[in-house]
Design a protein around this ligand. Sequence first.
Ligand code: ADP
Ligand code: MG
Length: 214
Amino acid sequence: MNSEMIIQIIKEVQKAYEANASEIEKLDQAIGDGDHVINMRRGLKAILEIEEELGSLKPGGALNKIAMTLLSSIGGAAGPLFASMFMGMAKVPGSDHMDDSKTVAKMFSSGVELVKQRGKADVGDKTMMDVLIPVSTLFNKLVERSDLSKNEMLRQLMAEAERGMLSTKDIAATKGRASYLGERAKGHIDPGAKSCQLIIFTICDYLMNQEKIR
Ligand code: ADP
Ligand code: MG
């Protein structure tokens, strides 16, 4: 994978985000302060504004640059959390090449680990971690299997992201703004979990259609 591909993926995510923005906005209006979509849009726009510079960097450098850009462009809880995801991914040796799925899986879990350290949330707190942690665990397991095709692996990751997102619906939040609502947050999917599921879905869908990637 190269930096051009990272930019292409961000563009796909932006498109998918626009198609789902009103649904996600409603979720943050229900259990947050309604700014989650604004935050995500701001971050995506800021990344694409430096598209040219990103294209000139190796993937690891581009991921770090994206992290810095997100830190300075998105406010709220989501900015530093998403920035940590990219920073964690860039830390892994081999992030400049990203040429096999094992490296990408390691990068993903390193990103998730940094988000976890930053936000101190775990599975069951009704946050984006309910999607990120199970997907990261499954991804690292699946790359060890030689009997799976690339597309089968991607399909399983998509399904896991969806399961994680849906699991946030009927629980109370114990981290983030939604935790102020107590039991009243029950019955609503967490907006950050929905965003992460959508992003993972979009990336997997993009990679499924890439012949060049094993
Ligand atoms: P804010 O909460 O500051 O308004 P956003 O609305 O952009 O920021 O993001 C809200 C999302 O951030 C939540 O739906 C949740 O998934 C995620 N989130 C909040 N706090 C944490 C945390 N401590 N760890 C992980 N994710 C969190
Ligand atoms: Mg919010």
